[in-house]
Design a protein around this ligand. Structure first.
Ligand SMILES: NC(=O)c1ccc[n+]([C@@H]2O[C@H](COP(=O)([O-])OP(=O)(O)OC[C@H]3O[C@@H](n4cnc5c(N)ncnc54)[C@H](OP(=O)(O)O)[C@@H]3O)[C@@H](O)[C@H]2O)c1
Length: 326
């Protein structure tokens, strides 16, 4: 599987390091594309990539690229997914897949029509730790409460405070706890309470989100891009409890069933980012257009919640004012 990367920023660099360490002969870092040729050349040299392009379109015209990995700001995902699908490329796109439900729905429709894979790069869903936690859920009776906290100081990163790039805590950080709750409890949830603060730029700085899952489990999520918080998950059920350290990268868990406690440490082949590529490779080999770890329905369910929260916060990104940014 020859991968072509769109965008040469921070996460693109992390992914290159991951794949260069993984050394899977069937997952090839084939090309990168930047809006500037010099930047692309340097990125290719630094990351051991064979081909580089000075525009995204130029890379999309390379018939050897099997999978495009989109690593651009949220505001650009819709445009870059569309371009890639129109060039008949399979796509793995950074989270969130698009900035709103309507954009993502349109892109899944296009991918279906073209019979191409469109996969959200929700890496944490693909880890063995996520799978382990999901299998535990069948043994918990009547989960009543979940609490998740996830915060780090990211205010200084320009992309994150810029409404034109769809910045804010929700789209960068909030997607992780929402996805984790959905992975464990399913996609059926309603927003019941919300408190938040905005940055001067108009995007959300911190959010205190309460959701009810399956009409019975109260999930409270607190996120912040202005202050560090413990990256913790706790769940209470009739017959036990679960504590997880690490909301995006699950590091360890403490499972209590009827007062019998088990402690687990999670390890990865490299750093956790590798599994999404391994699963996409397998999907493409088997002519599947999505991975079961993170389906089209899962991506849309997260965006439905994000849309609802943003509506209550009155956050409309500038490019959305015109026809939802489509
Ligand atoms: N999975 C994770 O752990 C993780 C971590 C961080 C971020 N992310 C996600 O990855 C995506 C990118 O985040 P990042 O932190 O890597 O961003 P970043 O460092 O700002 O890099 C984004 C890259 O996108 C390209 N780009 C295209 N249009 C742009 C525009 N209008 N303004 C700025 N850059 C533009 C640029 O590459 P060229 O100049 O080469 O064209 C830029 O280097 C986001 O969706 C984010 O949520 C994921």
């Amino acid at each position: 599987m020859n991968i072509g990367i769109i965008g040469t920023g921070s996460i693109a660099r992390t992914i290159c390091k991951t794949l260069n360490t993984l050394k899977d002969p069937e997952i090839v870092l084939y090309a990168c594309a930047s809006r500037r040729e010099e930047k692309s050349k340097l990125f290719a040299e630094e990351n051991n990539i064979k081909h580089f392009y000075g525009s995204y379109e130029a890379m999309l015209k390379d018939s050897n690229v099997d999978l495009v990995y989109i690593a651009t700001p949220h505001s650009e995902h819709y445009k870059h997914i569309k371009m890639s699908l129109e060039h008949n490329k399979n796509v793995l796109c950074e989270k969130p897949l698009c900035v709103n439900y309507k954009q993502a729905e349109a892109m899944f429709k296009l991918a279906d029509e073209k019979k191409l894979l469109l996969q959200e790069a929700f890496w944490t869903r693909f880890t063995p730790a996520s799978k382990y936690l999901k299998t535990l859920m069948a043994s918990f009776n009547n989960v009543s409460q979940v609490k998740i906290t996830f915060g780090m100081y990211l205010k200084h990163i320009k992309r994150l405070s810029n409404p034109s790039l769809a910045g804010g805590a929700l789209l960068d950080l909030g997607v992780y706890p929402i996805s984790m709750a959905m992975n464990l409890l399913g996609n059926d949830c309603q927003l019941t309470d919300l408190k938040y603060h905005l940055l001067k730029t108009g995007v959300d700085k911190d959010d205190d989100i309460t959701l009810i899952f399956n009409n019975k489990t109260i999930v409270n999520i607190r996120i912040s891009m202005a202050k560090p918080m413990f990256s913790n998950f706790t769940l209470k059920a009739e017959n036990g409890s679960l504590k997880v350290k690490g909301i995006n990268l699950h590091k360890k868990a403490e499972v209590n069933f009827n007062n019998h406690v088990t402690k687990v440490n999670f390890n990865n082949i490299v750093n956790g980012y590798e599994y999404q590529f391994i699963k996409v490779k397998e999907a493409l080999k088997n002519n599947l257009l999505q991975c079961q770890e993170m389906t089209k329905e899962d991506s849309l369910a997260i965006l439905k919640v994000l849309d609802e929260i943003r509506k209550k916060e009155n956050i409309v990104y500038p490019f959305e004012k015109l026809n939802y940014g489509l």
